[in-house]
Design a protein around this ligand. Structure first.
Ligand SMILES: O=P(O)(O)OC[C@H]1O[C@H](O)[C@H](O)[C@@H](O)[C@@H]1O
Length: 539
């Protein structure tokens, strides 16, 4: 503990010192900077050299990781200990992508036989739906899947589908998450129940939104096909097999997973069955394999050369050392445009905690706000604030080196923007440079005095760049596993349990209390504002 406190103090001091210098100067002072801070792992090229740390800062960050015993923590995770202590559960999403026959145990009990059995059933089901061996009630092959789920049962599969979907898929895939009926109505408006397979995905099978949409989907199927016909169009994914049976899904259409898989870490499981069907099994298997490669790297590389560890440390340096409370993630890839939404759940639900597993308040700030959208679009939206706003927001820029999709010449334009932004964030533009340009254009000195500061860029904005060679299933799997392990490392260093989410409960309980009040008009005890709103909205 004393070691850890001392390591934190050293990190804070190193960050303060580095923060007084300019990132661009670190390259001159440290001839090996680029070499030390770039890594090639599992199809990803990761460049952390434009981050805010200098050599001493990096060293202090690595000391902190050692002092927090990151290596011991990952051994406990991979060893299947119940590290999710508030729920008494192991954390083994890595088993879902482990090669067949791997020795993985949850609390001492081997898990791979079950994992492999579900994987084999998923594969057989995906192939049978694609080949037409499994068909709808009227004998027609399935042309579309309606995937119903929310949170971890939605964000991962949605992102995965966008990343890997064929341009013209044999089987289309649509998603419904929200309990706003507009989403269900808009999504199903041009779908045909006769050729649609509905897959209901819920780890607990108690989630209000998902059960409401599942009921609506069953009614939508039954209206066209009758109750028995509807059953032939339903499948369910859950850890609560009693509840899927009660909903009326036949046993051979239910695909399970396990309580040692957190919802936000579940896209490697049967939760992504819809994507495995719509993209084909090989793509899904490639996704698992890429993640397994990252797991192997994470579990074996030294901290100094460990991609998830270094990305986590850059975040901690910014967050705790330099008090930067947000981070923007911008994929220069239309296919990855939902990455920030996925990371919002992964990082903010995992690490948005204020107390440790011992119930004691943490001593330092934890998860930052994560936001972002696709580049280049965001350059024309919020990048003004990233370049010239009063707060510095560290950036994570993600690119794809090679792509054959779409019209010729566009990909180079996309890449030129990615590189330009990363350079501009760090280098900025000096007032002298702006003044010289304005003078050359013959602008008056009086105008220059007001214009030049407005057109100056302070720069010194840190960024990390992650470059995929191609957006293959493997590289994409490695990218998501990279973020999972990064989140884990941060949680270890912050001293929190990254695998529970008690903070989502209160709102659910209160919605359960308010719903009957809206329906019956009998308003209970609330604060004056809420009472007035219920009075206004009650049926
Ligand atoms: O998969 P489900 O049990 O339906 O849960 C869906 C989501 O709802 C909850 O509120 C949790 O915050 C999420 O972690 C979870 O992914």
């Amino acid at each position: 503990m004393a070691d850890l406190d001392a390591a934190w103090t050293r990190l804070e001091a190193a960050a303060k010192a580095a923060g007084e210098k300019r990132i661009v100067e670190f390259f001159e002072a440290e001839p090996r900077r680029l070499e030390t801070l770039t890594l090639d792992v599992a199809g990803l090229h990761i460049d952390l050299s434009k981050q805010a740390w200098d050599e001493a800062g990096l060293e202090a960050a690595l000391d902190l990781a050692h002092a927090a015993d990151v290596e011991g923590a990952w051994a406990r995770m991979f060893g299947g200990e119940a590290i999710n202590s508030s729920e008494g559960r192991a954390v083994l999403h890595t088993a879902l992508r482990a090669p067949a026959g791997a020795d993985v145990k949850a609390g001492g009990a081997p898990v791979m036989a079950e994992v492999e059995a579900v994987r084999a059933r998923m594969k057989a089901f995906a192939e049978a739906v694609r080949s037409g061996a499994i068909r709808g009630a009227t004998g027609k092959p399935f042309k579309a899947i309606l995937h119903i789920g929310i949170g971890g049962s939605d964000l991962g599969p949605r992102l995965l589908w966008d990343a890997l979907r064929p341009i013209k898929p044999q089987i289309d895939l649509r998603f419904v998450a929200n309990v706003d009926g507009a989403e269900f109505a808009l999504t199903t408006a041009d779908m045909d129940p006769e050729t649609t397979l509905v897959i209901v995905v819920s780890k607990t099978f108690t989630t209000q939104e998902t059960l409401a949409n599942a009921g609506a989907a069953r009614a939508w199927l039954a209206a066209a096909l009758g109750e028995t016909g509807a059953n032939a169009h339903l499948a369910a994914i859950s850890t609560a097999l009693d509840k899927t049976a009660a909903f009326g899904v036949a046993d051979d259409r239910v695909f399970g997973f396990w309580d040692w898989v957190g919802g936000r870490y579940s896209l490697w499981s049967s939760v992504s069955l819809s994507v495995a069907v719509a993209c084909g099994w090989d793509a899904f298997q490639g996704f698992l394999d890429g993640a397994a490669e990252m797991d192997q790297h994470f579990a074996t590389a030294s901290l100094e050369a460990n991609a998830p560890v270094l990305i986590a440390l850059a975040q901690i340096f910014n967050r705790n050392g330099l008090d930067r409370r947000a981070r923007s993630v911008v994929p220069y890839s239309h296919r990855l445009r939902r990455l920030a939404s996925f990371l919002q759940q992964l990082e903010m639900e995992s690490n948005g905690k204020s107390v440790g597993p011992d119930g004691q308040p943490v001593k330092r700030g934890t998860a930052t706000v994560v936001f972002g959208d696709e580049g280049t679009n965001v350059q024309h939206a919020y990048f003004q604030c990233m370049h010239q706003g009063t707060d510095i927001t560290p950036m994570e820029l993600i690119g794809v080196a090679k792509s054959d999709e779409g019209p010729a010449g566009m990909h180079e334009k996309l890449l030129s923007n990615l590189l330009a932004q990363a350079e501009a964030f760090m280098v900025g533009r000096t007032t002298e440079d702006v003044v010289a340009e304005l003078q050359a254009k013959g602008v008056s000195e009086a105008q220059i005095a007001t214009l030049a500061p407005q057109r100056t860029f302070a720069g010194n904005r840190p960024s990390t760049l992650v470059l995929m060679d191609r957006l293959t299933p493997q590289a994409f799997g490695a990218l998501i596993a990279l973020y999972e392990h990064k989140t884990f490392v941060e949680g270890v260093i912050w001293g929190i349990n990254s695998f529970d989410q008690w903070g989502v409960e209160l709102g659910k309980v209160m919605a359960g209390r308010i719903l009957p009040e809206l329906e019956s008009g009998a308003v209970g005890q609330h604060d004056p504002s809420t009472t007035a709103l219920i009075e206004r909205l009650k049926v």
